[in-house]
Design a protein around this ligand. Structure first.
Ligand SMILES: [Zn+2]
Length: 606
């Protein structure tokens, strides 16, 4: 038997077999069963989704000897003739090559003769939108009032090109793109019918490439089968069709993430050497970043993402924020446009891969301006907020720009409440409030270093560990980081321990906890620094820094000692001088500002 392409072999012969067009099918079947047959139908929708097939099914339904019936037998001469395309009463016209008014004139003459052997004379006009204006005009009257035995079915991919006068005389059905999963299922069925083994990912790829068109899917499937030797694998497809594939891009992105850009570039060279085209690499990278962006935005449907979510490693998904992924997508889309005019497309590709290493530092102008404005405010007010985590991270990979920012971000220098710009150097030597009573076999001392900056009070209550702040900023910072802190505290104490944040202005400024790494802050200076000299970590630096700290107190604060009594809640704030305003900006702060300017300067990518 002669070879038949899969699209033809698998062409649906019953309404039930038509996939993805449930609405069209049910409406047509109902109309036939109730005997409401229109003079003219317009089937519109993307290519390869079943328009012509539906037209033939409708023809069968109308002309079957047992009909009109919603379930044509497929056995009678009429049904067989229509399936083979040999029925004299079902006339298929290719609108693309019969566009003129003369072609239509022939139709007009023919319709005067009744069908030879069937109930209806059916005209299926494919690519209906290709008819000329005059051809449409010539048809108007015939479509409106044809002899009762004539039915017109127009199939078109471009409804808007069909004149409104024609559309208004037709019953219109919109065909939908077929879902990826459905296509994949049908491909799997076709493969098993042919006794061919097929990898799931390979079928997924074919279904994705066909972008909702069943005919495209079958055509591509046939092509793949032709070189597959009885087993369809994604590796083979990639090899033969010159594709990159998600896992190879994953490998390149892993190199980029681990700052091994040289290796990433070598991998791209290797792809080119294997014969993968530059166009294809750019296309695949574009799809890759699109998928990442959709995943990042919370899209769960793999049909939409076009890739199995499990193909993307978590570290790559989490490495970039939406803004950065948008930037990457934008870069590759532009690159695809630009390579047409490029001196050397390969250089453009290499440049893009090289730029990927800086993707993590991409920030929009708007967010940079926002950060700078906040920094300026903070400096004027005498409060310095920690950099946001992503910036801090970025900074720490650029050590040559100077240590100031990373120092700041790591230890989060800050003075207390915004309204009263205070630079506390040492807390009052008064007895501090006791951290809450320890629980089972751990005590607050154990987790001291885990408590967020600015924690004023720690209580172990029924609700869990309550951390109280009197500074909104610290409270908010801690709140943002709560999940992390809770997890770390649980690791060290008990997995059930809840951690709750609370905010109370009644608690005074002496921290319940001293910061952990206070030591490196102050250089051992020969001259004891006066109280008003601000240091980067002035707030809660007292205890560990003690040897160098000329604190005018007899004893370090008794802060961390777990005390049984829970009473002394209120402790006096520090009594030291409170420097205010920009005049008090220290050397370090000025350095920090300069440094940040530099840092932002270098970051503008787009
Ligand atoms: Zn029949």
């Amino acid at each position: 038997m002669a070879y038949e392409v899969t699209a033809t072999r698998k062409r649906p012969q019953r309404f039930e077999d038509l996939v993805g067009q449930e609405f069209v099918v049910s409406t047509l079947k109902n109309a036939i069963e109730q005997g409401r047959i229109a003079h003219a139908y317009l089937f519109s929708g993307p290519r390869g989704v079943g328009k012509t097939t539906s037209a033939r099914l409708l023809a069968k339904a109308l002309n079957c000897v047992h009909g009109p019936t919603a379930e044509p037998c497929g056995e009678c001469d009429n049904c067989k003739g229509i399936a083979k395309g040999s029925s004299l009463d079902v006339i298929e016209i290719d609108g693309a090559s019969n566009t003129g008014v003369n072609d239509v004139r022939v139709i007009k003459e023919e319709v005067m003769f009744p069908p030879t052997s069937s109930r209806y004379k059916i005209y299926i006009i494919d690519e209906g939108h290709m008819l000329s204006q005059s051809a449409f005009n010539a048809l108007l009257k015939t479509i409106e009032e044809p002899p009762e035995y004539v039915v017109f079915i127009f199939a078109t991919t471009e409804t808007q090109k069909v004149p409104a006068t024609i559309r208004s005389r037709c019953q219109q059905f919109n065909f939908q793109l077929i879902p990826l999963e459905t296509i994949k299922g049908l491909l799997a069925q076709a493969a098993s019918e042919m006794g061919i083994e097929a990898e799931d990912e390979a079928l997924f790829w074919i279904a994705k490439e066909s972008t909702g068109s069943m005919r495209d899917a079958y055509t591509l499937f046939d092509q793949v089968v032709a070189f597959s030797n009885g087993k369809i694998t994604l590796a083979q497809i990639r090899e033969k069709l010159g594709l990159v594939g998600v896992d190879r891009i994953n490998a390149i992105m892993q190199d980029v993430l681990s700052k091994n850009n040289g290796e990433a570039l070598s991998k791209v060279q290797a792809l080119l050497a294997k014969g993968v085209s530059i166009d294809q690499i750019i296309k695949d990278f574009t799809e890759y970043f699109r998928s990442l962006l959709l995943i990042r935005k919370g899209v769960k449907s793999e049909n939409v993402i076009g890739e199995q979510i499990s193909s993307f490693p978590a570290d790559i998904i989490n490495a970039y924020n939406e803004e950065q992924l948008e930037a990457a997508l934008d870069m590759f889309l532009n690159l695809y446009r630009d390579i047409r005019y490029s001196l050397n497309p390969r250089f453009e590709l290499e440049l893009a891969i090289s730029k990927l290493s800086k993707l993590r530092y991409v920030a929009s102008t708007a967010s940079v301006i926002e950060q700078l404005a906040r920094l300026k405010n903070d400096l004027i007010n005498g409060t310095i907020t920690p950099l946001n985590p992503s910036l801090a991270d970025q900074k720490s990979v650029e050590p040559e720009k100077g240590p100031a920012v990373s120092t700041v971000s790591a230890s989060s220098v800050a003075a207390p409440v915004e309204e009263k710009p205070v630079e506390v150097v040492a807390p009052e030597p008064e007895p501090a409030p006791a951290p809450a009573a320890p629980a089972n076999n751990w005590n607050v001392e154990d987790i001291k270093d885990l408590l967020p900056q600015g924690t004023q009070k720690v209580e172990n209550t029924e609700d869990g560990l309550v951390l109280t702040f009197n500074n909104k900023f610290f409270y908010q910072m801690a709140y943002r980081n709560l999940v992390n802190v809770r997890e770390k505290i649980q690791q060290r104490t008990s997995p059930d321990l809840n951690v709750v944040l609370s905010y109370s202005e009644n608690i005074m400024d002496t921290p319940a906890t001293a910061p952990v790494e206070a030591a490196p802050v102050v250089e051992p200076e020969p001259e004891p620094a006066p109280v008003s000299e601000p240091v980067p970590e002035p707030v809660q630096a007292p205890i560990e820094a003690a040897p160098a700290e000329p604190i005018p107190s007899e004893e370090p604060t008794a802060v961390e000692e777990p005390v049984e009594t829970e009473e002394p809640e209120v402790v006096d704030a520090c009594a030291c001088e409170k420097p205010q305003g920009p005049a008090k900006m220290s050397e370090e702060q000025r350095n920090l500002l300069n440094d940040l300017m530099l840092c932002f300067d270098g970051r503008e990518e787009r």
